[in-house]
Design a binder for this molecule. Structure first.
Ligand SMILES: Nc1ncnc2c1ncn2[C@@H]1O[C@H](COP(=O)(O)OP(=O)(O)OP(=O)(O)O)[C@@H](O)[C@H]1O
Length: 573
């Protein structure tokens, strides 16, 4: 909570003004019973009309001040709370951007979304409430006790007795509430995950008629959210009756002894009325406090979840400034030296002792059965994950000594699953280089064989791409992803089975266009037709290199490669 509230610091003045206005409001509120007592004793009982008018006007004036203070306080409180949540959300987002893929996996996308939305809102609400009413409640309690002592110390004692019991009880309930609400937030995570999976795979849900199953899955998570929320709120329900019981007992004691004192003439009626008024205010403030405590307990659980994100250390080892060297010299050269890799949390290596070298401008085809480790191999180069053993040498330097941004800048990557973003087609291609002129965009799209298709769209390059590219075909998405990587003009171009949705003619035209590329190319493929054109082929099986060489060499030396070649020739024949 402390770490999260450090984000209030930039708005401390706004918060302080809100706090002072709240104090003013409170002061007016506490002064009212005192004035009422004066009106009763010196005005009503003494039958002094002038006095009643005089203090009546004071009372009205003070009420007006309280209203103005309340309105201005609201303005400053909401400004501080909104600015705080804006900064916090940005800080969380920035932190998440710096995560390694392994860390993303640890948190899960749905949980990160909940933390950035729902959790931030919980804390923001409590901050607003704190500045508006939350701090006011305990201050009103203390203020009421002090004023009650000013009016009549003996009667005020009855109000003090219950207060410590209530405080201890409230602290106990908050501690209990935090653990319950932590669980509730986890349920919200689960609900978001199910919803996210369902929406992402909506076509599959419809095609496989899984609507009813999905509805029951959603119902299950929604009902566990309901059950746990009710459980958490139920715990909180005890707060109010216990509070009211203790406070009402105090009030009864005040009335009992107050009446006796009035009868014996030791205390004026106005004093008893004022003390009763303060006791009622205390009860009201405690009730308000009890209500806010529910929000506070929930916000505390949320704050802990956000602090967990903010304090997560990046697992990627970054070079120290002395180790860091500028970009490499050998354009696009790449070598794997005895590289082994196990996924975080995995028990067996996905890649074992992989070694190969690709020279500047060469094209390496990576082949192997599904699950052999081809995509994993590519993902190690831009350091999405770090190697477990061995090293990757990029342009003559260990990848770990590269500045991470510089390393990623020289790599154009086309993932297996083409991903596009909401925006225009031009915007999507410009992901490769945000500053690129339209000429460069056109050059990249022509090379990727997508220019003609884009021209056919009514709005050309300004055509809006729906979420994840829903309004484009698989082949169009693949080629736009390739254009994006080409625009990057990197030294190394990595294509992960990125032409699977293209017809033979378009694919051929694409490879021809790409043969003019200067960049070193790593191409994951299943097709002998593609590997034939590569400078070298790396054949992997269950994470191990089983063959490495040119097409002709592999036909001679690798039984597996030869088998694949024969099977594909048969298919082609
Ligand atoms: N994020 C991950 N966490 C844990 N294990 C993973 C992860 N991604 C892949 N794996 C495992 O690593 C192995 C290699 O996967 P990889 O995606 O690299 O294979 P591939 O050769 O590219 O397969 P395909 O041709 O089907 O895409 C598989 O056994 C897979 O289950």
């Amino acid at each position: 909570m402390k770490e999260i509230f450090s984000y209030v610091k930039p708005y401390k003045w706004t918060a302080l003004i809100a706090f002072c206005l709240m104090l003013l409001e409170l002061f007016v509120e506490l002064a009212q019973p005192l004035i009422m007592a004066k009106i009763i004793d010196d005005g009503v009982r003494a039958q002094n009309q002038g006095m009643i008018w005089q203090w009546g006007i004071v009372l009205l004036g003070l009420s007006f001040v309280a209203v103005i203070a309340g309105v201005v306080n609201s303005y400053f409180s909401s400004h501080a709370a909104q600015s705080f949540s804006y900064d916090l959300r940005n800080a969380l987002f920035e932190k998440i951007q710096s995560f390694t893929l392994a860390t993303y996996q640890k948190f899960s996308t749905a949980s990160l979304i909940t933390r950035l939305t729902n959790d931030v809102t919980q804390v923001q609400t409590v901050l607003f409430m704190s500045l508006r009413i939350m701090l006011r409640a305990p201050l009103a309690v203390v203020g009421s006790i002090v004023m009650a002592f000013v009016v009549n110390a003996k009667l005020a004692l009855f109000l003090v007795i219950g207060a410590p019991i209530i405080l201890i009880f409230l602290i106990f309930m908050v501690a209990k509430g935090v653990s319950y609400f932590g669980l509730v937030q986890k349920r919200v995570d689960r609900l978001n995950r199910v919803l996210q999976e369902n929406l992402q795979a909506i076509r599959l849900v419809k095609a496989y008629l899984r609507g009813a199953y999905e509805a029951s899955r959603f119902d299950e998570v929604a009902s566990s959210l309901k059950i746990d929320t009710v459980k958490a709120l139920r715990t909180m329900e005890y707060i109010m009756p216990v509070l009211l019981f203790i406070m009402n007992m105090s009030l009864l004691a005040v009335l009992w002894f107050g009446t006796k004192q009035i009868a014996s003439g030791t205390t004026p009626l106005g004093d008893v009325v004022a003390i009763v008024n303060y006791a009622m205010r205390m009860t009201g403030s405690f009730s308000m406090f009890a209500f806010i405590i529910i929000f506070y307990a929930r916000a505390k659980a949320s704050a802990e979840r956000m602090a967990e994100v903010l304090s997560t250390e990046n697992e990627i080892e970054l070079p120290s400034p002395s180790e860091k060297t500028s970009k490499g010299l050998n354009f696009g050269e790449l070598a794997f030296e005895h590289v082994s890799f196990t996924y975080p949390g995995g028990d067996s290596p996905v890649l074992s002792d992989v070694s190969f070298r690709v020279r500047s401008g060469e094209k390496l085809a990576i082949m192997g059965a599904t699950g052999a480790g081809k995509s994993t191999l590519l993902q190690l180069i831009p350091r999405f994950y770090d190697v477990t053993e061995g090293k990757i040498v990029v342009e003559g330097k260990d990848a770990k000594q590269w500045d991470l941004q510089e390393l990623r800048e020289i790599i154009g990557y086309v993932p297996q699953q083409s991903l596009l973003f909401t925006g225009s087609i031009a915007d999507n291609v410009r992901w490769g280089d945000a500053e690129a002129e339209m000429d460069a965009v056109l050059q990249a799209t022509m090379q990727a064989q997508i220019h003609a298709s884009v021209e056919d769209f009514p709005n050309g390059y300004e055509t809006k791409v729906g979420q994840k590219g829903v309004n484009l075909s698989g082949g169009q998405k693949q080629r736009l992803s390739i254009a994006r990587a080409l625009l990057r003009k990197g030294h190394i171009l990595m294509l992960d089975d990125s032409t699977s949705a293209l017809d033979v003619k378009t694919e051929q035209a694409l490879w021809e266009a790409l043969s003019e590329e200067q960049a070193t190319m790593l191409v994951v493929t299943q097709k002998i037709r593609t590997s034939k054109g590569a400078s070298r082929i790396l054949l992997i099986d269950a994470g191990k290199v089983v063959a490495y060489g040119t097409h002709e060499e592999l036909l001679q030396t690798s039984v597996l490669y030869k088998k694949i070649a024969i099977s594909q020739q048969e298919v082609e024949e």
